[in-house]
Design a binder for this molecule. Sequence first.
Ligand code: HEC
Ligand code: HEC
Length: 171
Amino acid sequence: MVGHAHKLMLICAAVLATAAAGQAPAAPQGAVARKIPGITVKDAYPNGCVDCHVNGKAGDTRLSTLMTAWTTAVPAALVEKARASSAAPSKIKGKHPAVPKVASNIPQMCLNACHKKGSTIAPPFAQLLHTIHLTGGSANRFLTDGQGECTHCHKLDAKTGAWKMPSGAEK
Ligand code: HEC
Ligand code: HEC
């Protein structure tokens, strides 16, 4: 009996609160879909890498520009990630070879040439790019500004359910 009375009181309190607010009862918590780029909200980077790595507010972060700098020296933190994600860490020497035409199709040309799954000549992109973009917590701009969204790189075909990796020319 006590339990029943208690439940009733809670229901009354909820009804009163709703009446006081003068509105229809709010949707239950969790009824609104999470904002997921390309899935529930607009995709700001439909072409993936090349839509985000641009010459803009954050400076020139185009991959061709980064790569040109890496022909002299790759920053130590990046070398460490490259080694950790590589099947043959001793082959990672801290310099990136010059790749003149790669800017026309990123990341497909990188994947085709050297960074494919199972590669032993360079770190596979799957592992390397995940360590670069998804580790380091709040010190990583992809996790703060980019909220670590998988769909900035991976695109869902809502019809077929297949995942795609967009690729294209740099801006
Ligand atoms: C939505 C934006 C966004 C997309 C899409 C994106 N990146 Fe990044 N990327 C970043 C940010 C932000 C950083 C810097 C992370 C940090 O603060 O450590 C970064 C860092 C990097 C770095 C390391 C640069 C350095 O100097 O250390 C590489 C390499 C890289 N990205 C390659 C790629 C590739 C290849 C793709 C596509 C498969 C891609 N990124 C897609 C935002 C993005
Ligand atoms: C910066 C771009 C980027 C982001 C962000 C990203 N991925 Fe990836 N992911 C890639 C690339 C590039 C590949 C490799 C594609 C290939 O090899 O053809 C990949 C491959 C994968 C694979 C296949 C791995 C394998 O070994 O075959 C899985 C699973 C995956 N990603 C899951 C995720 C999940 C989950 C997230 C979010 C938490 C995420 N990715 C975020 C770029 C990204």
